[in-house]
Design a protein around this ligand. Sequence first.
Ligand code: 13P
Ligand code: SF4
Length: 346
Amino acid sequence: MDTLQTIGQVRREWGDRLLILGHHYQDAAVVGLCDAVGDSLELSRLAAASKAERIVFCGVRFMAETADILTRGPDGRACGRSVWLPAPGAGCPMADMATAEALEAAWARLGAAAPGADWVPVVYVNSSAEVKAFCGRHGGSACTSGNGRRVVERLLAQGKRIFFAPDQHLSANIMRALGLADAYALWRRALPDGGLAPGAIRAARLVAWDGCCPIHAGYTLGDVQAARAAAPAGAALLIHPEAPSPVARLAEHVGSTKDIIEAVGRAEPGSALLIGTEDRLVRRLAAANRHLDIRPLRPILCEDMGRTTPEALLRTLTEWPEACRVRVDDALVPDARACVERMLAF
Ligand code: 13P
Ligand code: SF4
């Protein structure tokens, strides 16, 4: 039996006791082996709703940690369910750009600079469990690229000021979409006090940590010019909100991977689309929609998302190596869970 057949057999033996989840940026060979494929928000919801004994996450660590947080009891204890990451080295460089300790220090500084303001943290799910626990501890919510605008809009409508981490571009794109670009301030972690004078902090309605996705943040205005010049006239640009705001503002549609997939689904036959996100997804979309002219804005690949292979999945399903088990520190779970559950309630 080859790898795929063996995975199929093991999968059948486990039945409902196993759930294999995969992110849209996974390789086509892995996508074909998953029970469900989605963006970060959909996968969090599926993990929260799952009763499976074992969840195997074909994605990166923060996604598996989120699944683990959601499948624990409220006090952090395990409830007979476990989460596994076939590629234990699959991280997210953006998540690594913010530590809970550094965020706590910045949080204290924001409070001191604007003592009467009602600050609340919002953290992108692309963050560590420690960072989610920081957020939950201070009454904040997680968000994904799929619901970030809704979360920020609701909190601002309640009169809150937001401390957003780690993605500077997602938060800038949200504030631009809300017509509030002028109320955005960037906290530069390499500078004392984030490089922000107290007056600038008091004037801001959202202060953003200066993390980014090194993959999407690399898009430039030159990429848009070159791609439009090579594409048929009238090609629409669909781009992920982790792209820098000056580039995203040129797009006809800015949205999460799911939003992009849905926009492709609505396109008229014969339409030309330039897609600004991870290339494994762009290639699958092009192959599945031959009636459209789909091209990458510029091919970009997330190395970490590419770490999961069918062989790694097979090893997890047959050997269940301890190195592949994802288990968030019990002490972090209640706060981290509060942060993620607030997001799911939005
Ligand atoms: P989505 O929220 O669109 O799934 O994006 C997650 C991610 O890591 C994109 O780089
Ligand atoms: Fe992280 Fe970017 Fe990879 Fe998404 S594409 S997992 S944000 S490095």
